[in-house]
Design a binder for this molecule. Structure first.
Ligand SMILES: C[S@@+](CC[C@H](N)C(=O)[O-])C[C@H]1O[C@@H](n2cnc3c(N)ncnc32)[C@H](O)[C@@H]1O
Length: 280
């Protein structure tokens, strides 16, 4: 999928992430210094799903689109043997630096998601972990599901918590408090092209690479893609909260770091947690 100037969607998106990764590592939102100060600290994202994750001790996990590694390292702190995958060298540099500061042996590998089964030496992981702003960067959810399946041993588990596709379809720039569906809910071949100079955490940094290419994927499309890739769905929960301020000005943050609509949050599925197991 090429755009003007012969650039692939990945070139635009990687340039944007490479610039944002150091700003994210420096932002209070990612709480890097809390990881360093407290050896039992884990990210809010992983903490939210603790009751669903179960005992990870000794399990071999791969975190797709691991960004600066805060969730990957949190899973390592829970006893998993983790590998993180991301296509942004700047994000992986931050992740490796944090792993060194925490004294955790985690492999961070640079690869496009779809190439992960060939980039990694192992393809028999006990679990794949991903989400929180991951699927929207991928044009083809069926290809993603096949990638997940290829990384798992038979009986291995996918664990994803992700922004809900209904949330992704909403206009997030409105000032009038209305929830208006303006973007695709279903996956389309053509990307949504944005030019957004900001990011989702607090920072003073001015960014120059702001054009991104993104896609939505409906919940049924995600489930069907996983079933067709040989995965059995074992859990699917929709939540009335999400771990970032997805609709600025319309949400309130709770003590667990979750954001929900200030007005009648029960109107909107904000995020979901899906678990699936690779069939034998
Ligand atoms: C919103 S972040 C994921 C956030 C993560 N849950 C966190 O907060 O730490 C999205 C990540 O996906 C990565 N990414 C985007 N497209 C990718 C692709 N095609 N292959 C690999 N990584 C990709 C970006 O580099 C970025 O680090």
């Amino acid at each position: 999928m090429m755009s003007g100037g012969g650039q692939d969607y990945r070139d635009f998106n990687r340039a944007s992430w490479d610039e944002r990764a150091p700003a994210h590592a420096a932002s209070p939102g990612y709480a890097i210094e809390r990881f360093v100060a407290d050896s039992s600290f884990i990210s809010d994202v992983v903490r939210f799903d603790l009751p669903r994750l179960g005992d990870l001790t000794g399990q071999r996990g791969v975190h797709l689109q691991c960004h600066i590694g805060t969730d990957t390292l949190s899973l390592a702190r829970l006893g998993a043997q983790m590998t993180g995958v991301d296509f942004s060298p700047a994000a992986l540099a931050e992740a490796r630096q944090l792993a060194a500061r925490l004294g955790l042996a985690v492999d961070f590998v640079q690869s496009d998601v779809y190439d992960a089964p060939t980039a990694l030496t192992a393809s028999d992981f006990d679990f794949v972990f991903t989400g929180i702003g991951a699927l929207c960067w991928l044009p083809d959810v069926r290809r993603w599901a096949r990638t997940v399946s290829a990384l798992l041993r038979p009986g291995g588990r996918l664990f994803i918590r992700e922004g809900h596709p209904v949330l992704w379809s909403l206009d997030d720039m409105r000032q009038d408090g209305l929830l208006v569906i303006d973007f695709p809910y279903f996956e389309r071949t053509e990307p949504m092209v944005f030019d957004y100079p900001g990011t989702y955490v607090e920072t003073d940094v001015t960014f120059e690479h702001n054009v991104t290419h993104e896609w939505n994927h409906g919940l049924g499309e995600i489930v069907t893609a996983l079933l067709d890739a040989g995965m059995q769905i074992t859990a699917l929960e929709e939540h009335d909260s999400v771990p970032w301020e997805a609709l600025p000005g319309m949400m309130q943050r709770d003590e667990q770091g979750e954001w929900r609509l200030a007005e009648r949050p029960w109107r909107l599925p904000h995020s979901y947690t899906l678990q699936a197991v690779r069939s034998g």
